[in-house]
Ligand binder design. Structure first.
Ligand code: PFF
Length: 464
């Protein structure tokens, strides 16, 4: 059994397009449709969006190229890839810790990601049942509030989503997800476009655009810059080995630079489209753009309730959101599962069950954050500066992973790929034109690490 399973982990994507789809499937997820609009809303809109776009271009794309490159060169799970590459380049074996940091981040992210994906899953049925037809903004909000205040039902949906994730991971990524994403991603795109037409009809479309694209830099604080940078990592699935492990299944001849750019563009487009749908609906219905994690669950159903064929479009939309989350959640746990199979000689099924169970357990904390533990909060300070204050378990995990662990992982990936790997190695692997290579090297050696460090130092108050 484990022999076939092994070949499936170390198999290859059938072609470049499949890799792009799988990596886009990992990148496009709750981060784009659920998280981006609400954090843009909480951080004042336009200025935040600009910082986020800059981070995607100058930090995200080069680090994505670095991650894919390391993965393809190492051809194993991120932990083993980093040990192998460190040995090959004559660097300390402790570089494997970078892989471990990624595995830990993946666990923690999936634990809360699955809870939110569970919300989306329950909204499939809710929307299909027609409860939102003709509902007012207040009605929609109270349905949401009642839902999240019930821990049993959140737990049930979280459990279902986790099991679904484990089923796919246990079968290997190639067989199920590869085929699924090639239909789902384009459909999601089409649905977003349909929703854009609806949001144009609200009469508040330009207010939405204005909020999303007109920068007011006075609203930008050190912590919102950190959130924007953290989100660039989160949305592109960077800094934790997900893209590295996908890179390890990549055929030799594929252009890493072109693929990475395509993935980043597709991902960014989905996020911006989602924002362009959600803010006009929020403004048209007097809803707060900074409403937090519930934002899309309180805006979109209003639109579905008023649209022609809203039950159908709404149901389809949440189905696709669940699929987008699903294709991301697989990549969150794949590095850990691949490592267990490689190192512990257990089957992929057993590895998936163990990883899934551990993640599910941690997820209970996030389930409770919206009800029984809503008042239980955590704070984190570093060098006497508060990093976050009075955050729920859910918000703490999110802040810790997206804003600290992923950028930190990305920083070390950039340092390894840019400085510690011989340039013959990276040049050969990237195989781009001289000019492109030099630009990448500049970004990954200097621009990305300095940007990440400046943001960190600024937040902990070392530089003001
Ligand atoms: N990129 C995913 C999203 O935007 O929803 C989340 C994610 C997946 C983060 C995989 C990190 C990761 F490794």
């Amino acid at each position: 059994m484990s022999e076939e399973v092994r070949t499936s982990i170390h198999g290859q994507w059938s072609n470049r397009m499949v890799f792009i789809l799988a990596a886009t499937g990992s990148a496009v997820g709750l981060g784009n449709i659920w998280k981006f609009p609400y954090i843009a809303g909480e951080n004042g809109g336009g200025a935040f969006v600009i910082v986020y776009l800059i981070c995607i271009a100058v930090i995200g794309v080069p680090i994505m190229m670095a991650e894919v490159m390391l993965g393809r060169r190492g051809r194993q799970s991120p932990i083993n890839t980093m040990s192998a590459l460190a040995a090959e380049e004559g660097r300390p074996a402790s570089w494997a810790l970078l892989g471990w940091l990624g595995v830990a981040a993946g666990f923690l992210i999936l634990s809360y990601y699955s809870v939110i994906a569970g919300w989306a899953l329950s909204y499939v049925f809710r929307t299909a049942s027609g409860v939102f037809e003709g509902a007012t903004a207040d009605g929609v909000s109270s349905i949401f509030t009642n839902f999240i205040s019930n821990p049993e039902s959140l737990l049930a949906w979280h459990t279902i989503f986790m099991v679904a994730t484990m089923i796919i991971v246990s079968r290997g990524v190639k067989n199920g997800i590869e085929r699924a994403v090639s239909y789902l991603m384009p459909t999601l795109f089409v649905l977003l476009i349909i929703l854009i037409f609806y949001s144009m009809s609200t009469g508040y479309f330009f207010e939405g655009l204005d909020f999303l694209f007109t920068p007011d830099f006075s609203k930008l604080t050190a912590s919102s810059v950190l959130v924007a940078m953290g989100h660039a990592f989160f949305t592109l699935s960077l800094g934790m080995g997900a893209i590295m492990v996908y890179g390890s299944y990549l055929p030799k001849e594929t252009s890493i630079a072109k693929s990475s750019m395509m993935i980043a563009v597709a991902d960014t487009l989905v996020a911006l489209l989602a924002g362009m749908v959600i803010f006009p609906i929020a403004f048209a219905n007097n809803l707060e753009p900074g409403a937090g994690p519930g934002l899309i669950f309180q805006t979109l159903p209003i639109a579905f309730g008023q649209m022609e064929a809203g039950v159908l479009i709404g149901t389809l939309f949440f189905v696709l959101l669940v699929f987008a989350a699903w294709s991301s959640s697989i990549s969150l746990i794949e590095p850990a599962v691949a490592w267990l199979v490689e190192n512990k000689g257990i089957s992929r099924v057993a590895a998936s069950v163990w990883c899934g169970f551990a993640t599910w357990l941690v997820g209970i904390g996030s389930v409770l954050s919206f009800n029984l533990w809503a008042k239980k909060t955590w704070s984190l300070s570093l060098f006497g500066e508060t990093l976050f204050e009075n955050k729920t378990f859910f918000d703490t995990l999110d802040g810790l992973t997206a804003n600290i662990m992923l950028p930190m992982g990305g920083l070390f990936i950039a340092i390894f790929a840019g400085w510690l790997m011989k340039s013959e190695s990276s040049k050969k692997e990237l195989n781009t034109k001289e000019k492109g290579y030099n630009l990448w090297l500049l970004l990954v050696r200097v621009v990305a690490p300095i940007a990440v460090m400046v943001v960190f130092l600024n937040v902990i108050g070392v530089i003001k």
